[in-house]
Design a protein. Structure first.
Length: 281
């Protein structure tokens, strides 16, 4: 399977402040998305570092096959990191306290020097989460109902690119000889730590916003997360898919991301590209 990864510069104003409850005035939805954004810069830098190390650890032949793919992946993730750092700076100026970023950075530092396959497996695990979230978000526009148009653009663009490069880390892990058993163990570890981190940061955001103990906040949370097609209840099967021995990210949907990018060409400029060759098992 071959795909083109392009590095895109999004046309978006992240200098003008926006309200804390930018997502349709909904405290919970805004706090959750803000928590995700707060985790992104540190996380995306760790993905970049892991794939760079993984590329260096490949045999010369495999390294050549992956070089363009990794270059495209890094370009996209670096752009995400930059824009979400600007997004987060506005949140901090409004009194929102980012605790997830420093906590994640300390955890990453503790794992420095481990087998590079584990670092790449961790990246693949988080990329599965982001790909599932991306597809769900594009399928459920109500998640951003009433959002500031420029911020809706940011999240939809990010989702489309996550769907586009969802195979890169997984394929590298396979090329490095990573086992199914360790892939699943690391995925379960990432599940616990990622969900715990985002939950803690969401609660902190709600506290900072003064909405933590309001009934409307938790009514919104219940609908968003646990309704029939809510983010958690509606994605249990997709979460389980990753643990299958025959799983590959290309089996998941990606057409909505492709369609979004095709329909929103006026909202971004292509500043780089790479021909990528997947190595699906």
């Amino acid at each position: 399977m071959s795909t083109d990864l392009f590095v895109r510069r999004l046309s978006i104003d992240l200098d003008t402040p926006f309200p804390v409850r930018w997502n349709g005035g909904d405290a919970f939805r805004s706090a959750l998305f803000n928590a995700l954004s707060m985790s992104f810069p540190v996380g995306e830098q760790s993905f970049i570092d892991a794939l760079r190390q993984g590329l260096a650890a490949l045999s010369p032949e495999r390294r050549e096959a992956f070089a363009d793919e990794v270059r495209g992946f890094i370009g996209q993730e670096a752009t995400h990191r930059h824009l979400h750092a600007r997004f987060n700076a506005i949140l901090e100026a409004q009194g929102q306290h980012n605790t997830v970023g420093p906590r994640a950075q300390r955890r990453i530092e503790r794992f420095a020097g481990v087998d590079v396959r584990n670092l790449v497996a961790g990246t693949a695990a988080v990329e599965h989460f982001t790909a599932v979230f991306a597809d769900w978000l594009l399928r459920h526009p109500h998640a951003l109902e009433g959002a500031e148009p420029r911020l809706r653009l940011l999240w939809e663009w990010h989702s489309a690119e996550e769907a586009e490069h969802r195979c890169t880390a997984f394929d590298m892990y396979t090329a490095l000889g990573g086992s199914h058993g360790w892939r699943v163990r690391i995925f379960r570890f990432i599940t616990v730590t990622f969900l715990a981190d985002i939950t803690r940061q969401t609660l902190r955001n709600l506290w900072d916003d003064g909405a933590l103990f309001k009934a409307s906040t938790w009514s919104s949370a219940g609908r968003f997360l646990f309704s029939r097609e809510g983010f958690i209840r509606g994605n249990v099967a997709a979460w389980r898919d990753y643990t299958r021995r025959d799983f590959h990210p290309s089996q998941g949907p990606g057409e909505l991301g492709e369609r979004w990018l095709a329909e929103h060409g006026d909202d971004y400029a292509v500043v780089g590209g790479a021909r990528t060759v997947g190595t699906a098992a």
